[in-house]
Design a protein around this ligand. Structure first.
Ligand code: GLN
Length: 543
């Protein structure tokens, strides 16, 4: 059993659109679009029992999905959703599900599959109820489709509201109830006016208030944390200097002050001056009660002789837990004596919504749905064994919302917009064995690269950038002397979701400037290369 997780999607405090996921790769875009409209949307698996909900959504969206509704084993929604008395919008599979529920013969395999753009024509009539979904939109628009099945007949009680080149029932609406279906995907940006259409549904039809803002979230989250932790409780958490742990830590600071104890472990593979920088940011800029542990020697010692990426990652992860646990003990003792409150009862974790969705999402009729476990954090013995309860205040937020929350908390822009940095640090940016010399080289080269990126004003256009060290060496000539030096690999990518990525297209003179500085300023390097591999097949990090 996982430890109790304290941090729910705040569906009780905000008008919420419930998105039931049938496994489409676009489902999370529905919740994102809603949040861009300042409406909270929660995504749950399509098999969710409506009776298990502890709140009443203002509306329900049934997502797309890879199955055919008429197949054996295809997923179906709890029929109680139609008894909730709130508006329902089915998208693609979701619409097919609505039609199939009315009568299974309504859904058939289409002769022509329809993938990509399609021209939609809205049939606005004199039925005000039906027209609400397309209110304010052009009658003709380009939409994006991805389906093989279609409605062969209109379910009873429904109107056709739009047609496309290949679908007679591209959009349907019930004549009297607020139930709608779309064959296309309004949530993808390729669908013209898609967001407006979702807004028509959520705001005009469901009556959602557009009040999901980080300022409001912050107020209610602070109140919730205070309530949860109580006037005496204390909370422990690890910070790395990354956006998520910094925002979570600052939020705790605002909620419970110094009863939140942050711990930064210097693992010896952080970037140039990074540990000092993080200490300055968290302590001075943000006023967080921070303890820094310098375990760099132990880490570097233990990394000796490890060449395999997995072994390196495992060692760093395991060592981190050992160091953290030992320190947690000391902090617990200090906290107990501090007179600030009772002993530490909670452990802070910066879990984000995509991690939660990933562990909840619908994986198919045969696959069991994973229950949420503690993602990306400490082992259960820290929480279960020591009786600490997990507290996850960012659990309902996407990355851009976390950044916005950071701004709302007054965290400076440079920190809020920081590129992600891997837990095992530059150890995975040094191919093969990590040595002190290679750490120095990686740090200096990375520092030059990132400073030049900032100077050129390119930092925010790039999603992640770094310099890595290739341990095989190449021959060069420096000052008429033959040298034998390491090869630096520069990597910079753009991506929206880190699932796919492309190399950033630097101006040639920029790359030359960086190369020039690195070979001149970093001792032991005689070549610089730029990695242009996309993801896939490459990954963003090298190991
Ligand atoms: N699998 C269904 C079809 O092919 C639904 C597709 C979807 O929801 N995008 O029609």
């Amino acid at each position: 059993m996982a430890a109790a997780t304290l941090g729910e999607v705040p569906t009780k405090a905000f008008d919420t659109i419930l998105t039931l996921d049938f496994g489409s790769q676009y489902t999370h875009l529905i919740t994102r679009r809603m949040r861009e409209l300042n409406i909270l949307s929660e995504m749950l698996p399509c098999t969710t029992k409506i009776a298990d909900l502890d709140y009443k959504p203002k509306g329900v969206i049934l997502s797309g999905g890879p199955y055919s509704v008429y197949e054996d084993g295809a997923p179906h929604v709890d029929p109680a959703v139609f008894e909730l008395g709130v508006p329902i919008l089915g998208i693609c599979y979701g619409m097919q599900e609505i039609a199939w529920r009315a009568s299974p013969e309504n859904v058939i395999a289409g002769v022509h599959r329809e993938y990509g753009h399609s021209n939609l024509k809205a049939l606005k009539g004199d039925d005000a109820h039906v027209d609400r979904l397309f209110a304010g939109l052009e009658d003709s628009m380009r939409v994006w489709m991805s389906h093989g099945d279609k409605l062969g007949a209109l379910p009873e009680g429904f109107h056709t509201v739009a047609v496309s080149d290949n679908s007679e029932y591209a959009a349907i609406a019930h004549k009297t109830k607020p139930i709608y279906g779309l064959q296309f995907h309004p949530e993808v940006t390729h669908s013209q006016n898609g967001t407006q259409l979702l807004k028509n549904f959520a705001v005009d039809i469901c009556g959602c208030a557009q009040n999901w803002t980080m300022a409001r979230f912050l107020d209610q989250e602070i109140a919730r944390i205070r309530d949860l932790v109580g006037p005496e409780g204390q909370v422990l958490g690890a910070v790395s200097g990354g956006v998520d742990s910094t925002v979570a830590a600052k939020l705790m600071k605002e909620a419970i002050g110094d009863r939140f104890w942050a711990v930064l472990v210097n693992n010896g593979v952080m970037r140039l001056d990074e540990c000092e920088q993080v200490e300055r940011d968290l302590k001075q800029h943000l006023g967080i009660n921070l303890t820094v542990i310098d375990a760099s020697k132990d880490f570097l010692e233990g990394l000796k002789g490890l060449h395999d990426p997995e072994q390196k990652r495992k060692f760093i992860g395991g060592k981190f837990i050992d160091v953290f646990e030992a320190e947690a003990q000391k902090i617990e003792e200090a906290a107990a004596k501090s007179g600030k409150g009772t002993k530490i009862g909670f452990f802070l974790q910066g879990t984000l919504y995509p991690d939660v969705i990933e562990s909840l999402s619908f994986k198919g009729p045969s696959a069991t749905i994973k229950t949420h476990h503690n993602v990306g954090g400490l082992p259960e013995r820290m929480t279960n064994g020591q009786g600490l309860q997990l507290i996850e205040p960012l659990r309902s937020l996407y990355k851009d919302e976390v950044r916005e929350l950071g701004r709302t908390l007054g965290i400076h822009e440079e920190l809020v917009m920081r590129h992600p940095f891997p837990g095992p640090g530059i150890a995975v940016r040094i191919l093969g064995e990590v040595t002190e010399e290679k750490v120095r080289i990686a740090r200096q080269a990375d520092h030059i690269f990132i400073s030049e990126i900032r100077k050129a004003g390119l930092y925010d256009q790039i999603s992640q950038a770094y310099a890595a060290v290739d341990p095989s060496r190449a021959v060069g000539v420096m000052g008429d002397k033959r040298v034998y030096g390491y090869i630096i690999i520069l990597r910079a990518v753009t991506t929206t979701d880190f699932m796919t990525a492309e190399a950033f297209n630097f101006p040639w003179d920029f790359l030359q400037r960086v190369m020039n500085r690195i070979v001149n300023e970093v001792n032991g390097v005689c070549r610089v290369t730029y990695d242009i591999t996309s993801k896939p097949p490459g990954t963003i990090e090298l190991e």
